[in-house]
Design a protein around this ligand. Structure first.
Ligand code: ADP
Length: 376
């Protein structure tokens, strides 16, 4: 097993495309780190550099204590699982899984033992003599994983492995990969654009945007305490609400005003805001789950535009004064009528405030919800 360390890693493609800018990331031995971000943010390039499929323009890549910048892929002791399963159609499942080991001249009995073990782990025992065309998409992806597992690498690299599967199967395979990781205890680096996959799989999530690492932390850390507006908006579904406004000091208290909201910050939040420059426009961030419908009172009145019923919960899309649309989470059965006003209350201790550069000024003041289930 091995840790993976990227030190100031840069990738510049021909044509002067700066795909990855000075990336620093330490992935501990046995850790599952998910690289996530929108299309084009540089996550696949990063993974491909770790795999050795792309040259590193600058910086250093260390796997298991050894600098591997110049080491060819086959000598890096890694195995990669791709979105396209790339199975050999004329070979059986067993042959597909055994092939890489045969090339490496591994002993026949040892190959058979490893293939059988991987097949058991992946629930493929009954399918070993089938050809890929007689398998479902999920089974094919499991064969692709089996082929990686039999290699017994120090590091597994996954590049959007579930993108070709339907939604239900994706959820199932996600659980299987998490279980596999627990069982093997091998370092894994996993690339996806899907923040739900990142949240549910990762020990730590590394969020990238435009070639730069924005934040790396546990799922609950990046969800509850995003460093900036990009991370805040990317993680969580439905996404965080953003309300433009201004901060002013009145009668000794700092207040946010915008889109009909007028909120006083508490002492903890004031302390976090400290000496931050609050002139000019700022953006308040509130998750749908922290925007609560109340019968009367509350902070603001909003007009319901649309209701998404999920069953156990509903999401009301509503317009604040000034035309800002927000989403509020409601209990599933709660009656709401499109076109009618609703009263909303903002949970004060879950506020985010972003300055003009997008920095989350209230990150230090967010009530800590991380203990809820984090260690489980
Ligand atoms: P992601 O995996 O996050 O979608 P990529 O790592 O594939 O992003 O790409 C990052 C950036 O590098 C994008 O702007 C992409 O167009 C560019 N890029 C990727 N591969 C190449 C290549 N072979 N040549 C030139 N530019 C590339």
């Amino acid at each position: 097993m091995a840790e993976v360390v990227l030190k100031g890693v840069v990738k510049r493609y021909a044509g002067d495309v700066l795909a990855v800018r000075s990336l620093d990331l330490e992935i501990a031995d046995g850790e599952l780190v998910v690289l996530v971000g929108p299309s084009g943010c540089g996550k696949s390039t990063t993974l491909r550099m770790i795999a050795g499929l792309e040259d590193i323009t600058a910086g250093e890549l260390v796997i298991g204590g050894r600098r591997v910048n110049e080491v060819p892929p086959r000598d890096r002791d890694i195995a990669m699982v791709f979105q396209s399963y790339a199975l050999y159609p004329h070979m059986t499942v067993r042959q597909n899984m055994a092939f890489g080991l045969e090339l490496r001249k591994v002993d026949k009995a040892e190959i058979a033992r490893r293939v059988d073990e991987a097949a058991r782990m992946l629930d493929l025992d009954g399918l070993l003599e089938r050809k890929p065309k007689a398998l479902s998409g999920g089974q094919r992806q499991r064969v692709a994983m089996g082929r990686a597992i039999v290699r017994q690498p120090s590091v597994f690299l996954f590049d959007e492995p579930l993108s070709n599967l339907d939604a239900r199967l994706r959820v199932q395979m996600r659980v299987e990969i998490a279980r596999l990781h627990r069982r093997l205890g091998t370092t894994m680096v996993y690339v996806t654009h899907d923040q739900v996959e990142a949240m549910t799989l990762a020990d730590r999530i590394a969020i990238m945007s435009m070639g730069e690492l924005q934040q790396c932390g546990s799922p609950m850390e990046v969800y509850h305490r995003p460093v900036n507006r990009f991370v805040a908006g990317f993680m969580g579904s439905p996404g965080m609400n953003f309300v433009p406004g201004r901060v002013a000091r009145e009668g000794g208290a700092l207040r946010f005003r915008g889109a009909g909201l007028d909120l006083a910050f508490d002492a903890r939040q004031e302390a976090a805001l400290g000496e931050a420059s609050l002139d000019g426009e700022v953006t308040l961030g509130v998750r749908p789950h922290h925007l609560v419908q109340v019968g009367a009172g509350g902070d603001v009145s909003a007009t319901v535009e649309h209701v998404e019923r999920m069953g156990a919960e509903s999401f009301a899309h509503a317009t604040l004064p000034g035309g800002v649309t927000v989403v509020a989470r409601l209990p599933g059965g709660q009656p709401v009528t499109v076109g009618q006003p609703m009263r909303l209350q903002v949970e004060r201790d879950q506020l985010h405030l972003f300055d003009a550069a997008g920095v989350n000024l209230l990150r230090g003041a967010i009530r800590d919800e991380r203990t809820q289930g984090e260690a489980a």
